[in-house]
Design a protein around this ligand. Structure first.
Ligand code: PGA
Length: 243
């Protein structure tokens, strides 16, 4: 099975979501399709998206590291579980760079999600500077070790490798880099979690043109798609690479 997960970020209106859903329905998804669809949508649309659940995993893009209480503007893991959400993205590079999220905060968020049985989708990735300096593995090792410290190893998580320099830039990592880095992440996950089988997705400027090579790259268990997931045709063309 491969994940095709859209990250809508701070985009879409209710009208555009209706259009998106209509657009998606034009595509025939084979019965035994190996694709698990998912969409991470803005909080205000989470309840409305529940209609798609069953076929599509519905998720949030962030969660508070606190339980509940006087945290104006925040949403707790308990609330996400209460409205029946399947998963939640944590540690996206935009949250890290624009909102100052640290690996330690991300670790707390993962623990809260696990407490309420919401599947965490952890994003990791190096900046362009770190990539050029040959520090990718060092950075990923630190992110994985800190973000996954003392989590419940029995519960499933998903990891997305998203080189920061590839997000929203139109640049993608080469297939060689994706293959090598995914293998490295899987090794790290095995040593941290003591088990194999954690799904590792690739994210960063995935589009219908580059999707076939990325999704068939050894070790890649799917894609986390930003910009292209706002367009039903592009989203489905990426997925149909797999059927
Ligand atoms: P992009 O975003 O596909 O627009 O590069 C990916 C992401 O931020 O998850």
């Amino acid at each position: 099975m491969k994940y095709i997960i859209g990250n809508w970020k701070m985009n879409m209106t209710a009208g555009e979501i209706v259009e998106f859903t209509r657009g998606v329905k034009k595509y025939k998804i084979p019965k035994n399709s190996p694709v698990q669809f998912g969409l991470a949508v803005p909080y205000v649309y989470l309840l409305g998206m529940a209609k798609l659940q069953g076929h599509v995993l519905i998720g949030a893009q962030n969660v508070s590291e606190h339980n509940n209480g006087a945290f104006t503007g925040e949403i707790s893991a308990e609330m996400l579980a209460d409205v029946g959400l399947d998963f939640c993205i944590v540690g996206h590079s935009e949250r890290r760079t624009l909102f100052g999220e640290t690996n330690e905060m991300i670790n707390e968020k993962i623990k809260k999600l696990q407490e309420y049985q919401v599947l965490p989708l952890l994003c990791i990735g190096e900046t362009e500077e770190e990539f050029t300096a040959g520090k990718t593995k060092e950075v990923l090792h630190e992110q994985l070790t800190k973000c996954l410290a003392n989590i419940n190893k029995e519960q499933e998580i998903i990891v997305a490798y998203e080189p920061v320099w590839a997000i929203g830039t139109g640049k993608t990592a080469s297939i060689e880099i994706i293959k090598e880095t995914t293998a490295f992440i899987k090794q790290e996950l095995q040593s941290i979690l003591g088990k194999l089988g954690t799904a590792v997705l690739y994210g960063g400027s995935v589009n219908p043109q580059n999707a076939p090579a990325i999704l068939h790259c050894e070790g890649v268990d799917g894609a986390l798609i930003g910009g292209a997931s706002l367009d039903a045709d592009k989203y489905m063309q990426i997925a149909s690479t797999l059927f």
